[in-house]
Design a protein around this ligand. Structure first.
Ligand code: FRU
Length: 492
């Protein structure tokens, strides 16, 4: 038996052995991509090809901790119904002994081509990092390129923290942006260029910590992505090592973006400030793709590195991906909306309109549940704080609160009483808070809350009791009008 077969057999045995326990878990999500067992982290290789969306993910089948990474694989025609496919990559070669790390996918003349990082650590813990290709003609079976690796370690001036290639085409050439660390231990996004995906030349630094007026932005940048959005160039990156500043950078590592103009000759991105993509607790390593409808789609890991004790661990699995979102640039800011296709899941519509809430807490008939979508639009009068309590228990002890605090001028997500798991509060400001529209996607153990048509998003895992299904709308010290409320159960 060769190494690939041996690793795959072990992985499938592990899936078989644990899947009943995993599937009995109430916290298994109903419309999100999850690992069949074990751990999932970054989305990888997001691409639409031949009318199908392929999505891969960092997958550790043997444990709920990080370890030997494979590439899990799912595909879909509509971005909501996903089919599980065989594992795409197993770390079987000398250039990936410690994992097939993150990367991307391109359509190279009809060949689905994955570009990923082979991670190697020697017995002293020294790292080698190799960029590799894997090719598929049928979109299911992948063959590693015989000339692998196509990039051996890092260019001069950088450390071996060099990984997560994202490749795109510009004119006749392929370009790669890759996460790196300078020898001064500053995060970098580097640009490479190639004619044929196999021979790469280093062009330069797109951006980095302490470059130009950027200021210190961490010691390592993971999972960069570059694309054009509404006429501007956007660099998404995940810096590690930024300290919290007030409401900003409160998660262990960040995921955010710069808007600017990329010079394809020098590789340099002239850009504005770093802006976080999400205001919630679990959001990392996003990856985008351009689909045939011309949409820039984004999917992220609904988790964070070093958060390894979620309550699902006792049931043999951890983490999930976000729902796909569409990006748009307005006034140099990214707006994110759930893809239209999410509407395919809607059923049993319940609607209300024009309800005045005056220093009160109200419940609405048939508005409760755990797997649903809500649209709630409020108009502020003189309330000091208003919003929605989700996943409320009968006794009132459990609840997750999304609210607008008019005295502070801030939106808040409070999961201190959400049940099991991590607590905390996350806050952000809004451009205009006279009207606030919440579009909430709730799954058994997750929340994705889009505010004012995607100006901000709060993405988080929560672990309430399965019977905590109450929903309450409230206003403190004053009045607010609930202009409209729509609720759908989501089909699964
Ligand atoms: C980000 C990351 C990547 C790496 C992968 C390994 O979460 O650390 O930099 O390629 O995860 O699983």
């Amino acid at each position: 038996m060769d190494k690939t077969e041996e690793l795959l057999n072990r992985a499938y045995e592990c899936i078989e052995k644990n899947k009943d326990k995993v599937n009995r878990d109430y916290y298994r999500l109903k419309y999100h991509i999850m690992p069949p067992v074990g751990l999932l982290n970054d989305p990888n290789g997001f691409i639409e090809m031949n009318g199908e969306y392929h999505l891969f993910y960092q997958f550790h089948p043997f444990d709920t901790k990080h370890g030997l990474k494979f590439w899990g694989h799912v595909k879909s025609r509509d971005l909501v119904n996903w089919e599980e496919l065989p594992i795409a990559l197993a770390p079987s070669m000398w250039y990936e002994t410690h994992g097939c790390y993150s990367g991307s996918a391109v359509n190279n003349n009809g060949t689905l081509t994955l570009i990923y990082t082979g991670n190697v650590k020697d017995s002293e813990g020294n790292r080698e990092t190799y960029q590799c290709l894997a090719l598929s003609e049928d979109g299911i079976n992948f063959i590693k390129y015989e000339g692998n690796p196509v990039i051996h370690n890092q260019p001069l001036g950088y450390t071996r923290h060099f990984r997560d290639p994202k490749v795109w085409r510009n004119g006749q050439d392929w370009y790669m942006v890759i996460g790196a660390q300078s020898e001064k231990l500053e995060g970098r996004a580097l640009i490479f260029k190639s004619r044929d995906l196999t021979e790469w030349s280093f062009i330069g630094e797109a951006a980095g910590s302490n470059i130009d007026s950027t200021g210190y932005l961490g010691y390592m940048w993971e999972c960069p992505d570059i694309f054009n959005l509404n006429g501007k160039d956007v660099l998404i990156t995940c810096p590690q090592g930024i300290e919290p500043v007030g409401d900003l950078y409160n998660n262990i590592y960040q995921a955010g973006y710069f808007v600017g103009k990329l010079d394809y000759k020098t590789g340099r991105l002239k850009h504005g400030d770093f802006i976080e993509l999400d205001r919630g607790f679990e959001f990392y390593a996003p990856q985008t793709t351009l689909d045939s409808k011309g949409r820039r789609l984004l999917v992220a890991w609904m988790g964070l590195p070093e958060e390894e004790d979620h309550p699902t661990v006792e049931n043999g699995w951890i983490h999930a991906l976000t729902i796909p979102r569409v990006l748009e640039l307005r006034d140099n800011k990214i707006y994110q909306s759930p893809v239209e296709e999410m509407k395919l899941l809607r059923k049993n519509h319940v609607a209300y309109s024009d309800i005045l809430i005056d220093n009160d807490e109200i419940e609405l008939e048939k508005v409760e549940g755990d797997v649903l979508e809500l649209i709630a639009e409020f108009e502020l009068f003189d309330s000091l704080e208003f919003g929605i309590m989700l996943r409320c228990s009968e006794d009132g002890n459990e609840k997750t609160i999304i609210s607008y605090d008019a005295s502070e001028g801030k939106l808040k997500l409070d999961r201190n009483k959400s049940g099991k798991g991590y607590g905390g509060i996350r806050r952000c400001t809004l451009r205009d808070a006279r009207k606030i529209k919440f579009n909430i996607f709730m799954d058994t153990s997750s929340l994705e809350i889009f505010i004012n048509d995607g100006e901000e998003v709060f993405t988080s895992r929560i672990y309430p009791d399965k019977d905590s299904k109450g929903i309450k709308f409230f206003s403190k010290n004053g009045k607010v009008r609930l202009i409209r409320l729509d609720k759908w159960e989501l089909r699964y």
